[in-house]
Design a protein around this ligand. Sequence first.
Ligand SMILES: [Zn+2]
Length: 96
Amino acid sequence: MNTTKKQPQRTCVACRSVGGKRGLLRVVRTPEGRVLLDPSGRLPGRGAYFCRENACLAAAVKGVQLEHILKVKMISEDRETLKTALGEILKEQAVV
Ligand SMILES: [Zn+2]
């Protein structure tokens, strides 16, 4: 290991690939126990990462692995919010 730039290694929860050119999406469990997408990557709390592959985002929406990693049961409101947020990302990617 001899890299000039030190970057934390993030592993996609769904496919277990590390990093990724476009970066991984962070989903965070806040100290209040809420689960939300963290586009800035700066929110405090336990994080889980997903790459931007459709299959991985679909897994994120499903939430099983997410709940396992974050050790939390998502409330339906958070699940819906996450679903919407990830849906937006998928839509953007389809356009680009
Ligand atoms: Zn992935």
